[in-house]
Ligand binder design. Sequence first.
Ligand code: ZN
Length: 408
Amino acid sequence: MKKIFFSLFTVLCITGLFLFIAPHTYATTDIVIKTTISEAEFFDDAIQNNVIPLSKNTALIVLLETDGWTKVQYKEMIGFIKSEHLKAISPQYMLVKANNTPHVYSTDSQTSTINGQLHLNSIVEMYGSATEDFVFVKYGQIMGYIETQNLVKPTTTTMTVKGPKDLVVRAIANPSSDEIGQIPKNKQVTMLTNLAGWAFVTSKDVSGYVLASELKKTAPSKVISMKKIALTFDDGPHPKVTMQILKTLEKYDAKATFFLVGQEVKKYPEIVKATFEAGHEIGNHTYNHSKLTTLPLKQMRLQIQSTDSIIKATIGQNATVFRPPYGAYNKTVINQLNVPLTMWTIDTLDWKHRDPKKTVQAINKQVKNGSIILMHDIHQTTADALETILSTLQKQGYEFVTVSELTQ
Ligand code: ZN
């Protein structure tokens, strides 16, 4: 009897904790998530003097901001962090794709408390960087860690708000959830999912769940290109080839991203200015194309920072993306960056075969919506391939955008 009582008691306690004594309840619209902009220290409030180092891009729930310090929740702990280490970021929207409805845990461990469960095909907000296995997400009032493998990038469809009324946007896919905004009738929105009558849409001012029945497919004449790819050119600028590439891109109204080598920027600043002024994105590709993972920290930093400085001095603004030479990076490299690290999804191997036909083939074989294509604007053969690449893909309905626009 005693044993039964004990078990019952335990179950009640756990249920009680779960339902009623959850440490914090929030109104959906009030929740603010911030991430660390650098390595920072978290001071645990409950266990005095317990200081936990946090890596860059750690997601934290903001509880209260006071005089230089912000009270935050980190995993299951409440504590403080210096406000200067935090910034509010817009989340990345991810689609829940799994075999079973995945759990959201209170820490990055399957044995920790379960904060909630997510519907399949729902869209969640993702914050901060993922560890190998877990990432921080928010869905309405459910916040915590989910296994990274349960999330994929959603595909997008352009829809129009039917009317006659404006569209009510809610925090989650539930009619009684908080209203977070409205979208006027006849406006176009981007739909990221449609589940059980609810669509998740994003627009300029508000993103959230709406009744799918209040949307209609955008008329064909108004269709915004749904297929986007990012062409990227590394190792330039080159005095001759880069200019040819710019000319061909302009002909097709295509935007691309150029990952520049600092020492070449110094030699050919006019070409970099022309690239930037034509609306292309400028990325950092180190000072002299060093393999960063083999360098001591000081030299690694110098490679990145000196290139940042010379780009800023040349075009008047910072590089907005970074790509490591040879695709070689580790956690230390990432920690030195103020901008996203961008790899690629299609390697044309243009530097190796130097054959325009092979460059075209590599792309045609693998291209799909969201592809990031790696090429080099220091080889004549790459410039020679570009006209065919652009005309073929444009006919297939692809739009050519910068890396940042693609990954927005
Ligand atoms: Zn390179």
